[in-house]
Design a protein around this ligand. Structure first.
Ligand SMILES: Cc1ncc(COP(=O)(O)O)c(C=O)c1O
Length: 467
């Protein structure tokens, strides 16, 4: 079937939504809610700054930067121009035994921004591929240095690390995995750093909780045998479950454990890099030195897809010799257009001091969101930088959460849509306990913080009255 480009605009929003319903397979989406005829596929047609518009002309504050991605905000002409310029000059060339200028320049720039000797950049097209690449590199590295039994990986409960089957094995969300079992063997889970749900005796002592949580990693390594464990995958601030920052001392202890047992520490910064926490890489904000960084999303602010695995000199060393190489790659990894956009995006970061803006304004963002703690349904507000989770509870005193039924009614049946209808695009998530997730473009300030708080206050008040 052929449809002219004008057909959509002439026939209006219903036509777009209906065609989406009939032909588009949306990601992580229950299509039944649209097929029943009652739901309308939300169609976003335009973005400008921190705002997006739907096909009916309604404006929304983008409280999630698309998907933790649009750091510099929507509608930046210079990023569109950078893409067009590069497409005219060299639209495509792979990094398979050849290089192109933008990938070289971007690799140099990422290496310069990464701490320590994280100097070697392997490009992918997204975060899941970067995680997949990191596990494969870890396996091959240990084989090359004479420890072939080290292939297992450790990650945290409820953490999301992507959908390729290796990355999905590392992911700690059973519901996202069960349909695809058996997955890649050798992935093990340890507790995350959810202070709000910490064991009772550690709830009010973040340092002791951090030590306890880090020690669970050592326990897992010893249980499996250090000579079988290749790497630990951790986000600087864990997203899934609702923003768990590391307690003080957590990463110091993790680094110590990894060094002691010869296990690589992978910092999965798919969300946290590029200013989300306030620095180019969040491991610097949180003061730890990983062996590998994985990153994606904010590198281009989403104007074009790219991801990367950044490895230390030590990990690259065995690949410098003889016939040894890394038999791994992606046609579109380090795509010239995406690399050009990433460079222009990082120019904006420098020129507008976006990282400084996040550091200066994060306390005000947090303080504005913390006002919501006076609502009976808001149990916890947590996060770092421009990255927060608001946990919803049935009882603030006991911290009792909602049962599956209530959660379904509250999150899927009411909150997501009500927040959107009220003008805020964000996410109500139930991969752990119910949370509202916020990660807006890094350009916003107090007026938008107030707008977010105002909408959340009104919708969460309604949600409580419906329970
Ligand atoms: C921590 C983390 N790792 C990996 C991924 C997967 O990234 P992508 O969707 O680009 O494959 C995500 C996506 O949100 C993520 O948050």
């Amino acid at each position: 079937m052929t449809i002219s480009p004008q057909a959509f605009s002439e026939e209006g929003p219903d036509r777009l939504a209906e065609t989406a319903r009939d032909h588009l397979w949306m990601h992580f989406t229950r299509h039944s809610s649209f097929d029943s005829g009652t739901g309308h596929v939300p169609v976003i047609v335009k973005g400008e700054g921190a705002y997006i518009w739907d096909d009916g002309g309604r404006r929304y504050l983008d409280g999630l930067a698309g998907l933790f991605t649009v750091q510099v905000g929507h509608g930046r002409q210079e990023l569109a121009d950078a893409a067009a310029r590069q497409a005219r000059e060299l639209a495509f060339f792979p990094l398979w035994s050849y290089a192109h200028p933008r990938a070289i320049e971007l690799a140099e720039r990422l290496a310069a921004g990464a701490p320590g000797d994280l100097n070697r950049v392997f490009f992918t097209t997204g975060g899941g591929e970067a995680v997949e690449t990191a596990w494969k590199l870890a396996k091959q590295y240990w084989k090359l240095v004479g420890k072939p039994g080290k292939y297992k990986v450790i990650s945290r409960a409820v953490a999301y690390h992507g959908t390729p089957q290796g990355a999905l094995s590392i992911t700690g969300i059973p519901a996202a995995k069960e349909m695809f079992e058996p997955l890649v063997p050798g992935a093990f889970r340890v507790p995350n750093t959810n202070q709000y749900r910490a064991p009772e005796h550690l709830r009010d002592d973040p340092k002791a909780f951090g030590l306890w949580a880090a020690n669970r990693i050592e326990e897992a390594i010893e249980f499996e045998g250090a000579d079988t464990v290749a790497a630990v995958f951790l986000e600087p601030v864990q997203n899934s479950g609702g923003c768990f920052p590391p307690p003080a001392g957590y990463f110091d202890r993790v680094r110590e454990i990894c060094d002691k047992h010869d296990v690589l520490l992978v910092s999965d910064e798919t969300i946290c890099a590029f200013g989300r926490i306030g620095g180019m890489f969040a491991c610097e904000d949180l003061k730890y030195q990983p062996d590998i960084i994985t990153c994606a999303k904010g590198m281009t602010s989403g104007y074009s897809p790219i991801g990367a695995m950044i490895a230390t000199d030590r990990l690259f060393e065995p690949f410098r010799h003889g016939t040894t190489y890394f038999p791994h790659g992606y046609t579109f990894g380090g795509h010239p257009v995406s690399a050009a956009v990433a460079l222009a995006n990082l120019d904006i970061f420098d020129r507008e001091d976006l990282n400084g803006h996040v550091r200066r304004n994060a306390p005000a963002f947090r303080a504005t969101l913390e006002k919501l703690l006076d609502l009976p349904i808001v149990g916890d507000v947590r996060g770092e930088g421009y990255f927060y989770g608001i946990e919803l509870v049935k009882d603030k005193v006991t911290r009792e959460t909602f049962d599956d039924d209530e959660s379904e009614r509250l999150l899927r049946g009411f909150l997501s849509k009500a927040l959107f209808d009220a003008g805020l695009y964000c996410r109500a998530d139930d991969r752990g306990d119910p949370v509202v997730q916020l990660a807006p473009p890094l350009i916003i300030g107090q007026p938008e913080f107030d707008e977010i708080e105002g909408i959340l206050r009104s919708v969460l008040t309604q949600a409580w009255s419906r329970l």
